[in-house]
Design a protein around this ligand. Structure first.
Ligand code: SF4
Length: 201
């Protein structure tokens, strides 16, 4: 479990720690549950990404799928907030209104309904307030908790999310510049007879 493991570190130290973690994962066949708010870091280290809002899973998918085809309004709002390194690129950024509600007393229905930009666009459908959305599959290995996820398409996403945030690998100009390409995944090394069994975590 890596909870905000690199969030307080200088970006060059971040890259060293992340690469060490990835080397250990490859050599020892580890699985990490990696908690972070930096979307470049999440994209760099993850195979699958879960986005949580008020203590509940809003969206879960493979890393390439969720960055290229996000379908929960909260995921899209997060990606929309990623700054684009090219100052000539102008995008409509999503500003979430209101305060974050208390997880101890969450809103009825969909927990995100008090701040959801999609609900506004759809003229405030009532089911967002009255029915808790099911965490359901909308594609292979892609799950989302939104009644109206099918109303979002790639054209809408590209209108709202800076193109750098949708790159399959992190955009240049930040952490990506300091990181080597990700090594291909390899299966864990099986113990050989006559040698010690590798430790597992
Ligand atoms: S269910 Fe409604 S309020 Fe919740 S994320 Fe979807 S559109 Fe927004």
């Amino acid at each position: 479990m890596c909870d905000e493991a690199v969030s307080a570190l200088d970006v060059s130290i971040q890259s060293q720690i992340l690469n060490l973690l990835l080397d250990l994962r490859r050599e020892m066949g580890l699985t990490y549950l990696f908690v972070a708010h930096n979307l470049s870091v999440v994209q760099y280290v993850s195979d699958r990404v879960g986005v949580m809002y008020l203590g509940q899973m809003a969206e879960l998918a493979g890393v390439d799928e969720i960055y290229a085809h996000p379908r929960h309004p909260y995921t899209i709002a997060l990606l929309s907030a990623v700054p684009n390194p090219d100052p000539r690129v102008r995008k409509k950024r999503i500003f979430l209104e209101g305060d974050v509600p208390s997880p101890a007393n969450p809103p009825s229905g969909c927990r995100f309904h008090t701040r959801c930009w999609l609900r506004k666009r759809l003229d405030n459908p009532e089911d967002c307030v009255t029915e808790e959305p099911e965490f359901r599959e909308i594609g292979v290995g892609h799950q989302v908790a939104c009644h109206h996820a099918e109303r979002i398409d790639d054209a809408m996403v590209s209108e709202l999310v800076p193109s750098g945030a949708l790159a399959i690998r992190p955009a240049s100009g930040g952490l990506a510049d300091l990181m080597p390409p990700r090594a291909p995944k390899q299966p864990p090394v099986a113990p050989q007879s006559g040698t010690d069994t590798p430790a597992t975590v």
